[in-house]
Design a protein around this ligand. Structure first.
Ligand code: HAM
Length: 420
């Protein structure tokens, strides 16, 4: 076989240089979301095709063009998950989580698969961090969800002035279907002016036309298309305005974008997208998106359940943040020139147990080679044996300290660690 030069199209290897950033994001998610009462759920990477087809909607791009679907050996149609919500709803029902105290608050992390045209920020295998809340219908839970996403981005070091939050309310089923009819009529009247995709949407999903990327179509819709806001029920209007007021009170700035419809059919009411401006991501700058989906649980055969959630695209997020190595992190290299390996290894273990990174040489190379190695690994200090003593030498300022016994050295490192 020829030496491979790249992973499959649209996928990427997460190499040691960036895997630290993934851990940083996941650890922060764990801490932040646990404190807000979310519990982690892990669902299979593949499900029966029907689960995604039913959730995302037969007319959605995901179902039509992007699913990795195959028949397994028992001739069942299986799909690699293109998103997390459908699998979580399936798991919520299959495991009887709907009988737990509401709201049930879940979060997840894992790879998703979409057969998309690959480009920067758009991959065929990517990771999502998502949350789903079942059993709460008000604007308060939406405020908490949106604020968690907002604060999460800020705590990763992305500044507030680069964030753009767009929100819409796509109405309940009644107002949506009224609006759908009005939009269909509008598209029929302008059939000659719109692109072939939008002509198809007249029959399949007129709302999706609002998301069209063709410039002339967009100008037409922005200037003349009917607006969903004019077809909302008084309950939807009250809900929308309450959320806006809550966001104002939290100092979260947003834009009300009535053309925001989202690519998945399950949304009802609030939908939102969080973008980061001024990055290499260009059109793929939506880092988090989500909304309410009050009919999906019932559609899956469960009880009528209000639900809300969002998902971050991790590749997009990590491309925006700095490496994970902390400057205060200590990294030791223990030079082993043939002292009993057990002594060296025990010392290694003691220092590792204190939370430090400790590397060592396994081949008893000459001192200079090991010294070079420690520098190449960017260690902060080396430890070596000199006569009967142990020397701790800083590779940053070349200062040295000697210790009669390894226990003294370990005690010293412990004291240092307590100051970091
Ligand atoms: P989505 O908008 O399809 O929503 O995806 C959420 C996020 O995943 C996007 O904003 C983007 O950051 C990332 N993403 C999507 N596709 C790709 C791709 N091909 N490559 C890289 N990143 C990508 C959902 O998936 C919903 N399940 C969100 C949700 C949860 N709604 C309610 N609960």
């Amino acid at each position: 076989m020829k030496r491979p030069t790249s992973p499959p199209r649209g996928t990427q290897d997460i190499l040691p240089a960036t895997s630290g950033v993934y851990h940083k994001v996941r650890d922060l998610a764990y801490t932040t979301l646990s404190r807000a009462g979310f519990q982690e759920i892990q669902t299979p990477i593949f499900e029966s095709t029907e689960i995604f087809a039913r959730a995302a909607g037969e007319s959605s791009d995901i179902v039509n063009k992007e699913m990795y679907t195959f028949e397994d050996r028992s001739k069942r149609s299986i799909t690699l998950r293109p998103e997390g919500t459908a699998g979580v709803v399936r798991a919520y029902l299959s495991n009887g989580l709907d009988r737990q105290v509401k709201p049930v608050k879940l979060w997840y992390w894992g790879p998703m698969f979409r057969y998309e045209r690959s480009q920067v920020g758009r991959y065929r295998q990517f990771h999502q961090l998502g949350l789903e809340v079942f059993g709460s219908g008000g604007a308060y839970i939406e405020l908490e969800g949106i604020k968690l996403a907002w604060d999460f981005v800020l705590s990763l070091g992305i500044s507030e002035d680069r964030l753009s939050l767009e929100i819409n309310n796509v109405g309940d089923m009644g107002s949506r279907s009224r609006y759908q009819d009005i939009m269909r009529q509008f598209l029929v009247e302008h059939r000659d002016q719109i692109c072939p995709d939008c002509q198809r949407r007249i029959d399949t999903n007129p709302l999706r036309a609002l998301d069209c990327k063709v410039e002339s179509d967009q100008s037409l819709y922005q200037a003349h298309a009917p607006q969903i806001g004019d077809y909302l029920t008084s309950d939807c209007i009250e809900h929308r305005d309450t959320l806006f007021e809550l966001l104002d009170r939290q100092g979260i700035s947003y834009t009300y974008n009535q053309s925001l419809v989202r690519g998945l059919d399950y949304y009802t009411g609030t939908v939102f997208e969080l973008k980061v401006l001024g990055s290499d991501l260009a059109q793929q700058n939506t880092i988090c998106a989500g909304g309410r989906y009050d009919t999906l649980v019932e559609q899956f055969g469960g009880p009528s359940t209000k639900a809300f959630g969002w998902a971050f695209g991790i590749e997009r997020l990590t491309s925006l943040i700095e490496g994970a190595s902390s400057e205060s992190e200590k990294k030791y290299f223990i030079v082993n020139e043939g002292q009993g390996f057990t002594d060296v290894y025990n010392l290694t273990q003691y220092i590792r147990d204190m939370g430090c990174i400790v590397l060592l040489d396994y081949d008893q190379k000459p001192f200079n080679k090991q010294f070079d190695l420690a520098q190449k690994y960017k260690c902060t200090d080396i430890i070596y044996y000199q006569k009967d003593q142990l020397v701790l030498r800083s590779l940053q300022d070349d200062s040295r300290m000697t210790f009669k016994q390894s226990a003294d050295l370990v005690e010293y490192v412990a004291r240092e660690m307590s100051h970091i």
